[in-house]
Design a protein around this ligand. Structure first.
Ligand code: IMP
Length: 191
């Protein structure tokens, strides 16, 4: 069975993708002995996704893919964008990130936002990218306590509940990451 490395250290993400790709064997960074922090130092989500995939494929000589996600808020000129994970500082606290975003949006009428995930795949030395986007609005305050990251303050278009109040299967069907991974699956399954 062909082996492809998912450049993540999150075992839940690896399990999820493995279930979607029955004829491939998806392995994590840990499985190839990569325990170091993979660099993500470019100025864009696309750049970071590619940087991670290139690092792993060049250093470990494997086929691999990586993903990078950003939250883009219209009234803040696309911020936090590439800084989504560490918006409120290097401690990467979801609570602090959400609090800062709500503060920065105070008094702004436009609360439109979108999550964007970019998946970068390097297969047989060729680079491919897949993108998934979900549009929505930033809630006036936190709603629900499920999910992770910015889920409690993101209401996807067409819903009146936040990602944090949504069943995880329902979220995966419409989410940025779900959509990007689905495109990756369709590509890999078509080979
Ligand atoms: P990463 O690229 O998956 O590491 O995510 C970058 C940042 O976006 C982190 O702060 C995550 O918490 C946040 N994030 C990514 N995906 C989601 C999501 O589905 N819901 C809420 N926050 C997310």
């Amino acid at each position: 069975m062909k082996e492809v490395i998912f450049a993540t250290s999150n075992p839940n993400k690896v399990r999820e993708v493995n279930e979607m790709l029955p004829h491939l064997s998806i392995k994590s960074l840990k499985d190839i002995g990569c325990m170091e922090e993979v660099p993500e130092t470019t100025a864009t989500i696309h750049g970071n996704a590619l940087q991670k995939a290139r690092y792993v494929s060049e250093k470990y000589k494997v086929d691999c893919f990586s993903e990078d996600t950003g939250l883009e808020v219209e009234a803040l000129n696309g911020e936090p964008g590439v800084d989504t994970a560490h918006y409120a500082g290097p401690q990467r606290s979801a609570e602090a990130n959400m609090a800062l975003l709500l503060t920065n949006l105070e008094g702004k009428g436009n609360r439109k936002a979108r999550f964007r995930t970019v998946v970068a795949l390097i297969l047989n030395g060729k680079e491919h990218q897949f993108e998934g986007v979900v549009n929505g609005t930033i809630a006036p305050q936190k709603m629900g306590d499920g999910g992770f990251g910015y889920d409690p303050i993101f209401i996807p278009d067409g819903y009146h509940i936040s990602f944090a109040e949504m069943d995880k299967y329902e979220k995966n069907k419409i989410s940025h990451r779900g959509r990007a991974i689905k495109k990756l699956m369709q590509f890999l399954n078509s080979l």
